[in-house]
Design a protein around this ligand. Sequence first.
Ligand SMILES: Cc1ncc(COP(=O)(O)O)c(C=O)c1O
Length: 434
Amino acid sequence: MNLPNIIKSQQLYSLAEQIIPAGTQTLAKGVGQHSRNVSPIYIEKGKGSHVWDIDGSEYLDMSMAVGPVSLGYCYDAVDNAIKEQLEKGITFSLMHPLEYEVAELISAIVPNAEMVRFSKTGADVTSAAIRLARAYTGRDDVLCCGYHGWHDWYISVTDRNAGIPQDTQNHTYTFDYNNIQSLLQSINDKTAAVILEPMTFTMPQSNFLQEVREVCNKHGAVLIFDEMWTGWRLALGGAQEYFGVNADMVCFSKAIANGMPLSVLCGIKPIMKLLEKDVFFFTTFGGETLSLAAAKATIKEMELHNVPEYLQKQGNTLYNEVHSIIKKNSIDWLDCVGNPVRTMLTYNHPEFSALELKTLIHQELLRYGILWNGFHTMSFSHNDSDIERVIQAYSEILPSVQNAVCNKSVGSLIKGELMKPVFRKTTHFNTKPV
Ligand SMILES: Cc1ncc(COP(=O)(O)O)c(C=O)c1O
């Protein structure tokens, strides 16, 4: 099967990269996270779980806009809610009732969401949560685990920390997931907040989340769950409900509004109430109504159809089948990990790098019309035939990739550029010096 024609994508990108630094607004959508000269670069439209690139090719999308499109592209119930609101206006000179309606919906579903505020990006709300924790505790230090957005307090722990004052860098360190010792080693009476993604691709082990909760209680640190990925996917009440552990504050974005830009900060009253006077967190578009209308419709659809359960079911079929293809072909360097609602392939071969193997699989999936950059992000629109299409593609591709590995011909089969490493790291970096 042929690789897609990407002439228009290539032409447009050669112009765009002259005036858009890094070429993209979202790193995970950029050319570095796809094989350049092979993969499409621009999408024109989507419907359900399918997208069409600007050269006219159709793809089954396994990335779903890197998280936000939880129900599906152009999902009628959400789009109709947006259109209905659009007829009435987008942003007003006073507040809009949707602010209360959506806050109330969230408060009724999410544990500990005694108070709720809205903003636009994930980084907006993780940063607001950190500022609140600092104000509440009168302390400065933050311990984090996961990725939490582009703002100074977090990105200072990464190697992309240029432009951030040293003093800011001195206040945030990381701890390792499923390693309570690494938290105990760093937490002390200067720690304002412990913020973590409750799960990325490994299930919490040995009551890890419960232990994190207890350690925070013991040291008087505020516990924040960054639920950009787990929220509205693992369960309607997110990771708190799924794992039975409550945080003091929780941050959501991505899946909550099926692609519209909305983020949510919620938490317990004593902390959230600081937003009334001491802590400043206001923004022009925080109450923008199209996104709130989309969130209201998305949450209602999720409740009506028990979407998290559906994502589990479809993801589980895919997960199990991928495992059986791997086993059947004795591919000992490949694994599929994560919670069924969002899984990824991992690679461990002594001779070929993870990026070579991933690039080859990505390239071969494109021949089957599957847009994939390492992850399987389930949406409510991934129906049985979509899942079957991915399974069928893997069952044909993986044996030939395994052949290439055995014949040492991986490099010669890769037609485009190698994919770049994923930016996010979750363990073993910038831990606190002991
Ligand atoms: C876990 C997590 N936290 C925070 C963010 C930042 O969100 P945003 O890019 O909307 O600022 C992301 C974005 O991918 C994320 O995955």
